[in-house]
Design a protein around this ligand. Structure first.
Ligand SMILES: Cc1cc2nc3c(=O)[nH]c(=O)nc-3n(C[C@H](O)[C@H](O)[C@H](O)COP(=O)(O)OP(=O)(O)OC[C@H]3O[C@@H](n4cnc5c(N)ncnc54)[C@H](O)[C@@H]3O)c2cc1C
Length: 461
């Protein structure tokens, strides 16, 4: 049973490891370093940088905590070195797991040469043809570049440049108020940059609940971030040493750096997919619920298939894809899918955001009789003690049954505590079941219990 995985990001390496655990002979092809966007340019470097930014932001409040402290300056070289050591450590752990599970890693650029064949142009100059019983495509995504911006201009960054932290710019204009844009806005504002965010839609974090985005925007404004919402950057020029961005409204913004954070697109160009007969939806590979493409034995997962694109979704799709591929080779029916309705989505701004499931408005639009209960961190002892009492937990549940439909959290440790609700939703629990579970005191998780109690009463359960 031979399986080849093309792309070694969180989707690809999760697929490779799962297939190996199930007894397959696995080859994993990676053209850069194992770990993909997530470990090398995405989740991990950004969160490592945000940790330093958080220390700076917290230190500004030292006096409030009865402390005398200041951060004199940001040592960019040390900051970068720390980020790189965290990334190196995690990449080496993925490499070790590959070794332990006897996954053969081929370093080179792969190309789908046929339904059973991957050709690799190896880094050492050689070429390899890999034949297998199943192929899992996991080539991820690349930065989406706006056509009206010349990315070759000095002073124009994407997130790939920003995680490299070449400098802390005095002024930075960030195009895009989504997750990536706001996380960088938060980090650079804490480090002392003057940050301006331009967002096409009338709100930051498009698609999120209004109450959530209002608070996040207000807290970022307190950090010094300026927002232009419902506006778009039309042109970017370099004039002497400065960047000049002209917005649709006519506003002209001057800065040292313009960073484009307008999203990513599936990485499928020039990889042989269409030529091998694989059905595409623009740049994304089309798959069914079991991650099968229309070509027998070829699966696809992660950012490459579009849709929801956090790393944890790629990972779960990788595991499901691998299990289904193994089942198919064994002559069994593929059965594993991913529960997209209870995937947590997190934003690591100050304060953090954790969201799962639906908002009340979306539930109502779908004809569900939904109630909403809100509990604030302002009444929580742990949050007050930590000096982080802004924010709330908002639970959405179905009237009459108490079925949990969603939850939005803004506030301390939101990205951690959202899992209580995500797991409850995964197991189809009710708000009453959360409300009846003992929660330790004092913890910020108690706010979830209070919201659940209120929701249970509103649902009549
Ligand atoms: C700045 C930033 C911050 C992010 N923060 C978060 C976060 O906090 N949480 C979260 O869940 N998600 C986050 N993401 C998204 C997350 O990184 C992706 O969803 C995730 O990495 C997708 O995994 P993947 O395996 O599908 O693709 P990728 O991680 O993109 O991996 C694809 C791999 O395939 C390789 N590859 C491509 N083409 C070939 C080829 N021809 N041959 C061989 N190898 C090839 C690439 O080199 C890469 O290693 C962030 C992304 C960015 C950009």
């Amino acid at each position: 049973m031979r399986i080849t995985v093309l792309g070694g990001g969180p989707g690809g390496y999760a697929a490779a490891f799962e297939a190996a655990r199930l007894g397959a002979e696995v080859t994993l092809v990676e053209k850069e370093r194992l770990g993909g966007t997530c470990l090398n340019w995405g989740c991990i470097p950004t969160k490592t940088i945000l940790r330093s930014a958080r220390i700076v932001a917290d230190t500004r409040q030292a006096e409030e905590f009865g402390l005398q402290a200041t951060v004199a300056s940001v040592d960019v070289d040390r900051l970068r070195a720390r980020k790189e050591s965290v990334v190196d450590e995690l990449v080496s752990q993925v490499e070790s797991t590959a070794k332990r599970l006897k996954v053969r890693v081929v370093h080179g650029a792969g190309y789908l040469a046929g339904p059973k064949t991957v050709d690799v142009y190896c880094h050492d100059g050689s070429e390899e043809k890999i034949e297998s019983d199943a192929i899992i495509l996991a080539t991820g995504s690349v930065v989406f570049k706006l056509p009206n911006i010349d990315h070759s201009l000095e002073g124009v960054w994407t997130s790939d440049d920003a995680v490299a932290i070449p400098e802390i710019p005095k002024n930075i204009v960030i195009i895009g108020g989504g997750v990536i844009g706001l996380e960088f806005a938060c980090a650079y504002a804490a480090f002392g940059s003057r940050v301006t965010v331009v967002e096409l839609v009338e709100q930051v974090l498009p698609g999120n609940d209004k109450r959530v985005v209002k608070l996040v925007q207000a807290k970022l404004e307190e950090l010094g971030v300026q927002f232009f919402l419902g506006d778009a950057v039309e042109t970017v020029e370099r004039v002497d040493d400065r960047m000049v961005a002209t917005l649709h409204s006519g506003t002209v913004l001057e800065s040292d750096i313009v960073m484009s954070a307008v999203g990513r697109k599936p990485n499928s160009e020039g990889l042989g997919f269409s030529e091998a007969g694989i059905e595409m939806d623009r740049a994304a590979v089309k798959v069914d619920a079991f991650f099968r493409t229309n070509v027998g034995g070829v699966y696809a997962i992660g950012d490459l298939i579009g849709g929801m694109i956090p790393a944890h979704v790629a990972e779960d799709e990788g595991i499901a894809g691998a299990r289904n591929a193994v089942a198919e080779i064994r002559g069994e029916e593929p059965a594993m899918t991913v529960r997209y309705d209870c995937v947590p989505a997190c934003v690591y701004t100050f304060p953090e955001v954790g969201v799962v499931g639906t908002s009340r408005d979306s539930a109502k639009e779908r004809g569900i009789d939904a109630v909403q209960a809100v509990a604030k961190f302002a009444a929580n002892g742990k949050a007050l003690g930590e000096g982080e009492s802004d924010g709330f937990v908002q639970i959405v549940a179905e009237k009459g049954t108490g079925r949990i439909l969603g939850c939005q959290i803004v506030g301390p440790h939101a990205v951690e505590i959202i899992h209580e609700v995500a797991i409850a939703m995964h197991h189809r629990m009710t708000v009453a079941e959360i409300a009846h579970a003992v929660h330790a005191h004092p913890t910020v998780s108690e706010v979830i219990k209070f919201a659940a109690q209120d929701a249970a009463a509103k649902c009549g359960v």
